[in-house]
Design a binder for this molecule. Structure first.
Ligand code: GAR
Length: 212
């Protein structure tokens, strides 16, 4: 059975969705860069090993990433899953896990890379927003996309209501992506493109606001 290590920085609701999804892999550990991340408690309740590597204990990004990689590799994972891990990773770290590192991002990439995605989507008045699961490359939030979910943006949305609508979909597509990965249904090929044997034409159209 494949092994995964999940990295978190906070609440851990996406991590929890993975733990509850009965995935075809063993969650070998959950690692946080913050000792007070609420998700660590949830992981412990699920009987998963936890560890904290605080970025504040290191002089620079390179030193932190090296220590983080050392801790991750102790658990010998096949894949490393970023579930709300809020640190920018060095190219060395990313290359070390090439094709084995995925991330969830709360926007329809390549739109709204970085932070405050819901606030920025509302400000721009977009009518469709969503989330993306992608392979991580050294190009921040631009790695090859595995799956996306789109949601309508409503006229009376606030960042909180929009974020909740997106999060609901995050909890659905993230387990799906990890399941595909662990079952070998998706992979990153030598040209840096996602190869999949899933039926892409099963996707549906979202028009927002709807047609009369
Ligand atoms: C999620 O919305 C995730 O997409 C986002 O952080 C949140 C973590 O929530 N990730 C990023 O912004 C990465 N750039 P969670 O801890 O409850 O899963």
């Amino acid at each position: 059975m494949k092994r995964i290590v999940i990295l978190i920085s906070g609440r851990g609701s996406n991590m929890e969705a993975l733990l509850k999804a009965k995935l075809p892999c063993e969650v070998a550990a959950v690692i946080s860069n913050k000792a007070d991340a609420a998700g660590l408690e949830i992981a412990k309740q699920h009987g998963v090993a936890t560890a904290v590597i605080s970025h504040k204990d290191f002089a620079n990004r390179e030193a932190f990433d090296a220590a983080l990689a050392k801790e991750i590799d102790r658990f010998k994972p096949d894949f490393v899953v970023l579930a709300g891990f809020m640190r920018i990773l060095t190219a060395d770290f990313v290359n070390h896990y090439a094709g084995r590192l995925i991330n969830i991002h709360p926007s329809l990439l390549p739109a709204y890379t970085g932070v405050d995605t819901h606030e920025r989507a509302l400000k721009d008045g977009v009518k469709i927003h969503g989330c993306t699961i992608h392979f991580v490359t050294a190009d921040l939030d631009h790695g090859p996309i595995i799956i996306q979910a789109a949601v309508p943006v409503r006229q009376d949305d606030t960042a909180a209501t929009l974020s909740a609508r997106v999060l609901h979909e995050e909890h659905r597509v993230f387990p799906q992506a990890v399941r595909w990965l662990c079952n070998g249904n998706v992979r990153l090929n030598a040209h840096g493109r996602v190869e999949t044997d899933r039926l892409e034409q099963r996707g549906t159209t979202l028009i927002s606001p709807g047609l009369d």
